[in-house]
Write a protein of this length. Structure first.
Length: 455
């Protein structure tokens, strides 16, 4: 019998967890945001469960208004968090196998800096780095970098496309065997195997080479989340792991077919991309037990928090509206410039005639929430895998370490028993564990540039 397809699982880690009330749950660590030991322990727990990716989201900004509401949900709001690349460098030394994903925005960074930083992390971690390519979706960040507002959505993605091209070009500066350290000939590297990048595009001009040998993975794994048309085009051309946000099986299957179906025009095979669908998992002895646990966390959320969150994702202020009346249709903006998926989800709930409080209870930022026993969770994940809705899951564990421990100790053994989850890591890099090919250097004999534009 042929080997079963193996499920890929990543952990999206926030201090205390992704739930807005995680820091209020008894036993939560108040200073988790600034405790590197906390992150190292969470990564080691993920590694014990053989998870593929330890992932840190980020935005390069603190919120500067409505601080009363922000103060009631401090950690997932990025008000007091480490720089993700520096954090993952520290985590690298405390782990051996798990992939280390970090978010860095193409809107507020320089390609050379990003290329050097991720190449460094890849070397330090022995080939476990992953770069989450984002364009950023809030004006708080724009104002940190001298802008009043974000550039238009299309321009941000055009910049991101060129940014990735420059970064991968810099990662190819040195061929894999360029550094020889030959004491007899007194030659540290082969000059012919150095290739300066000469790039001049619409957004960037770079003429030089990376002052670091080629990363162990060739390129650190390129991650992305984006469900807009421009986002899917960028992912089809450049991404190797995509975080999906479909809340239902049918929508996830449609997203997977659509995204992987776009890859051929860029000279890529669907096997070069892993889609990890976002899912919030709460494990209990029974489904009813798990739902009660989730409900107890929901009750801890202050109304200011969910009203502010809905307003941000709908891109309008809802704070003056009564909690127990429907949201007036005229309060809905005509278009979204930030997170279109979240925007559309809220609009759909408003059209159902739900009150603001009811919308808050159902809104989950386009991620599926699954409550159940370990067997039920495994059933759910196996079905999505078998029906090709995704290649695995990105799990924003809601309360840490508890929900992560439940998954590692209860769900992972059940998935292993079914033969769809690895018993151990493959020795090697993050690419090796994900089953992704190591890209050849574009300058080496017999190779071609990895991602050509579609004609």
């Amino acid at each position: 019998m042929a080997d079963k397809k193996q499920i890929v699982v990543g952990a999206l880690i926030y201090p205390n967890g992704a739930h807005d009330a995680s820091w209020l749950v008894p036993g939560a660590q108040g200073n988790a945001s600034n405790d590197i030991g906390y992150y190292q322990r969470m990564a080691q727990l993920c590694e014990r469960g053989k998870l593929d990716l330890f992932f840190i989201a980020d935005t390069p900004a603190a919120r500067t208004d409505d601080l009363k509401a922000w103060s009631r949900s401090p950690d997932p709001a990025f008000m007091n968090v480490f720089d993700p690349l520096l954090l993952q460098t520290a985590v690298a030394g405390a782990t051996k196998h798990i992939g280390l994903g970090a978010t860095v925005s193409t809107s507020f960074a320089e390609p050379y800096t990003v290329a050097r930083q991720f190449a460094t992390l890849d070397h330090i971690s022995n080939g476990r780095a992953g770069w989450n390519v984002v364009t950023t979706a809030n004006d708080y960040a724009a104002r940190n970098y001298g802008l009043d507002n974000l550039p238009p959505h299309g321009e941000r993605y055009a910049r991101a496309e060129e940014f990735v091209d420059v970064v991968t070009g810099l990662w190819d500066t040195w061929e894999d065997d360029a550094f020889i350290y030959d004491t007899e000939t007194v030659r540290a590297f082969v000059p012919e195997k150095f290739h300066a990048l000469k790039h001049e595009g619409d957004f960037y001009k770079v003429n030089g080479g990376l002052n670091l040998s080629r990363p162990p993975q060739g390129y650190p794994v390129i991650l992305q989340a984006g469900s807009s048309e421009t986002g899917k085009e960028l992912a089809a051309r450049t991404a190797e792991v995509v975080f999906g946000s479909a809340a239902s099986l049918d929508l996830a299957k449609e997203f997977s077919r659509d995204l992987k179906g776009r890859m051929a025009k860029f000279g890529r095979s669907p096997d070069e991309l892993k889609i990890l669908s976002g899912i919030t998992v709460v494990v209990g002895e029974t489904e009813e037990d798990a739902r009660k646990t989730l409900a107890s966390w929901q009750e801890l959320i202050h109304p200011d928090v969910f009203v502010a969150q809905l307003g941000r994702d709908l891109e309008t202020d809802l704070s003056d509206l009564p909690l127990d009346e429907p949201v007036p249709a005229e309060r809905v903006p005509s278009v979204s410039n930030f997170h279109k998926t979240y925007f559309d989800e809220i609009v759909g709930l408003i059209k159902e005639g739900l009150t603001l409080r009811q919308i808050a209870g159902r809104y989950n930022r386009a991620k599926a929430t699954f409550c159940g026993s370990a067997k039920q969770v495994a059933d759910h994940m196996e079905q999505w895998l078998e029906e090709e809705a995704c290649d695995g899951f990105m799990i924003p564990f809601p309360v840490l370490p508890g929900t992560l421990e439940d998954f590692v100790d209860q769900v992972v053994p059940e998935l292993q028993r079914r033969g769809i989850y690895k018993m151990d890591y493959v020795e090697g890099t993050l690419r090796d564990n994900l089953g992704l090919t190591r890209p050849a250097n574009r300058y080496a004999a017999g190779t071609e540039k990895r991602t050509a534009k579609a004609s």
